[in-house]
Design a protein around this ligand. Structure first.
Ligand code: HEM
Length: 148
């Protein structure tokens, strides 16, 4: 994975200064833009969830130079997400929300380079998480059809 380690680390350091704002904007935006995913979180304690999401992003950033550790952690995370009712088609929704919330939190510190670095990183994270899943063929076929 040839990711932009420095840009990702530095921008994440800035986000850490505003963790609460970022996670609040993230879930607020996710449920406003994509209300269809809200039922997946119906039994979720959202304050704890926000902390877990942030901690997992920190784990990614801290392990950018350790692809093996990163890969096994993300595959396991992907496997668990199947049990939460998450489908492959949900990943781009979370990805666009993540970028939008990062931009809103970092304001004028958000740059096109940082955006490109996170776009690549999220694509790689999604790919590895989905490697940890075993969706039935029908789900993947309807996915590829709806993507066209
Ligand atoms: C970069 C991608 C993602 C990351 C880093 C991430 C991170 C996490 C983490 C750390 C948890 C806590 C539970 C655990 O560790 O297994 C979690 C739970 C969950 N995530 Fe994600 N997630 C991602 C993508 C998604 C997507 C695409 C959806 C779909 C809308 C989603 C929906 C959920 C749900 C429903 C839970 C369970 C909440 C509960 O325990 O009730 N996540 N996620």
């Amino acid at each position: 994975m040839a990711l932009q380690t420095e840009l990702l680390t530095n921008s994440f350091d800035l986000l850490r200064e505003n963790e609460a704002e970022f996670t609040q904007v993230f879930y607020g935006t996710l449920f406003t833009d994509y209300p269809q995913v809200k039922p997946l979180f119906s039994n979720t304690h959202m304050d704890e969830q926000a902390k877990k999401l942030f901690a997992s992003l920190l784990l990614v950033v801290n392990n950018l130079t350790k692809p093996d550790a990163l890969s096994s952690a993300l595959k396991g995370l992907g496997t668990r997400h199947v049990k939460y009712g998450v489908l492959p088609e949900h990943y781009p929704l979370v990805g666009s929300t993540l970028l939008k919330s990062m931009a809103a939190t970092l304001k004028d510190q958000w740059t096109p380079d940082i955006e490109a670095a996170w776009t690549d990183a999220y694509g790689a994270i999604t790919e590895i998480m989905l490697e940890g899943t075993d969706y039935p063929e029908e789900v993947l076929i309807s996915e590829s059809m709806s993507a066209t």
